[in-house]
Design a protein around this ligand. Structure first.
Ligand code: MSP
Length: 474
């Protein structure tokens, strides 16, 4: 039976257009989706937009637009960006989709049926940018540590979820890696969070009207985080298409940034367990892209537009750079200077040069399909290292493995000096055929990362014809 691979990205807030920080998660997810498809798995790659809540209603108001009109526009901008970046998602969900809204109401109704909801009056601090309650002890100079803004004091009567009841089971699942939290330090972080006082989980808001109304109290709307998390199940037919749902759930991988760990690793599994559903199998948490050490963020106003970046430097250069420069899981500085350096060194000189050299040599011969030789063990090693790295979601290591093979090919060329050989000799033909085989393997390794470039290389090999430079120097 074909293995399935259900992969998700967060649904992005539609308060402002996407930026290179949000593109980071989607490029990473896209590489995994393409890699698993290449392995012939049945991949379902989900992305989308998170469109309800106070923060978005506020953003719409600021530009004198109705929320609906506003989110339509921003959501389109996300789609456009993903198209430019070659993001091969299978579904783009919007939390304003009718199917999603129906699914959310069904799920909330289930919670009520299971007796895990209660009503309470409370007063607490709320950061609209996080769309989360914050505790006084976590503030820095009275401000949210992520957004640098003072939280607002909210006092409401809401419905709450009996989170306490499920913390023990969630903890055990995480400890046993039945919910795999990676990298390991994030697993430890979650476990220590569970041991601290997490407070209650409000699942509704009284004064936020831009949202999905509760099925049993129309005056309240579903808390935007609960609404958003549920996209992972409504997208595959929760409460509507059982057979599709059962085919894909539980998710094989939720890819997220470190700021939304608590919601995904604690609240989400707890909510699922409460209604008798399985938790996700794995959650991988990446770090932040920063500029001069500061998180790239819409709220901080230091964003870079991924479309402009792609137009200027090329889509594959951007995709490559994002995953090569920073070790996935850590924070890392995004610098245009470094992007240019890597473009010239790794792509124009390294990859581009090799491809052009080999295709120039091969013009005179009819290349053989498969040649075993000196490069064969190097190819096998590169493939093995690459596979191990990518299965462990270590993108930069996977790319390093491919680049080691590029280096091996360069050394092989230097050693055999094919330009000194008689072009009609067997030896010349062997050397060039071996190089062509290796370059083809390199293209296949790079295909999930740089789909357009890989296609161009494979086409040139197939037609045995050199085309224009893959990466013109900047
Ligand atoms: N809407 C929520 C997610 C709900 S998922 C059920 C949200 N949206 S967001 O647009 O603010 O962020 C979405 C993702 O983008 C998060 O994983 C976040 O970590 C990531 N990033 C936002 N800025 C980023 C960087 N500067 N660097 C890396 N990732 C960044 O949170």
């Amino acid at each position: 039976m074909t293995k399935k691979f259900y992969l998700t990205t967060p649904v992005y807030y539609t308060n402002r257009a996407p930026h290179v920080g949000t593109a980071y998660t989607n490029v990473a997810a896209d590489v995994l989706a393409r890699y698993h498809r290449q392995k012939d798995e049945k991949v379902f790659f989900l992305t989308g937009t998170d469109e309800h809540g106070e923060k978005i209603a506020q953003a719409a108001k600021e530009v004198d637009k109705l929320p609906r009109e506003f989110v339509d526009k921003i959501s389109d901008e996300f789609k456009k960006t993903w198209s430019v970046l070659n993001i091969s998602y299978d579904k783009f969900i919007r939390t304003t989709d009718k199917e999603h809204e129906e699914g959310v109401r069904k799920f909330i109704f289930q919670l009520k049926e299971k007796g895990v909801i209660y009503q309470d009056k409370y007063q607490a601090l709320y950061c609209p940018n996080c769309e989360d309650f914050v505790q006084k002890k976590d503030l820095i100079d009275g401000k949210c540590p992520y957004h640098g803004k003072e939280p607002e004091l909210v006092s409401e009567t809401n419905y709450f979820f009996k989170l306490d009841k499920f913390l023990g089971p969630v903890k055990e699942l995480i400890e046993k890696d039945e919910i795999e939290i990676r990298p390991g330090e994030r697993k430890r972080e979650v476990l220590s969070m569970i041991n601290q006082d997490l407070g209650n989980l409000s699942i509704s808001r009284e004064k936020v009207s831009w949202g999905i109304s509760l099925p049993f109290d129309e005056k309240q709307t579903v808390y935007v985080w609960v609404d958003a998390l549920l996209n992972y199940i409504t997208a595959i037919g929760y409460g509507k298409d059982e057979s599709n749902f059962n085919q894909y759930w539980p998710a094989d991988l939720h890819l997220i940034g470190k700021d939304i760990l608590k919601f995904h690793a604690i609240y989400w599994p707890a909510l699922l367990l409460a209604t008798g559903l399985k938790p996700p199998k794995k959650i991988f948490i990446h770090g932040f892209l920063t500029i001069n050490g500061q998180k790239i963020s819409k709220s901080l106003g230091n964003t870079i537009d991924p479309i402009e970046l792609s137009e200027k430097y090329g889509v594959d250069t951007v995709r490559y750079f994002l995953l090569r420069e920073i070790s996935f899981g850590q924070d890392g500085d995004f610098s245009i200077k470094r992007l240019g350096e890597r473009h010239n060194a790794d792509l124009a000189n390294g990859l581009g040069n090799l491809v052009s050299r080999v295709l120039t040599l091969s013009e005179r011969i009819k290349p053989e399909e498969k040649t075993r030789g000196e490069l064969t063990p190097k190819i096998d090693k590169a493939k093995k290292d690459y596979q191990k790295a990518i299965e462990g979601i270590k993108f930069s290591e996977a790319l390093e493995a491919a680049w080691r093979l590029i280096g091996d090919c360069d050394n092989f060329v230097e050693k055999n000096k094919p330009w000194k050989l008689d072009k009609d000799s067997e030896q010349f033909k062997d050397v060039v055929s071996e190089l062509l085989t290796a370059v083809k393997e390199i293209a296949l390794l790079l295909k999930p990362f740089m789909p357009e470039t890989a296609e161009k290389i494979l086409k040139q090999i197939k037609e045995n014809k050199k085309a224009e430079a893959l990466f013109p120097r900047l």
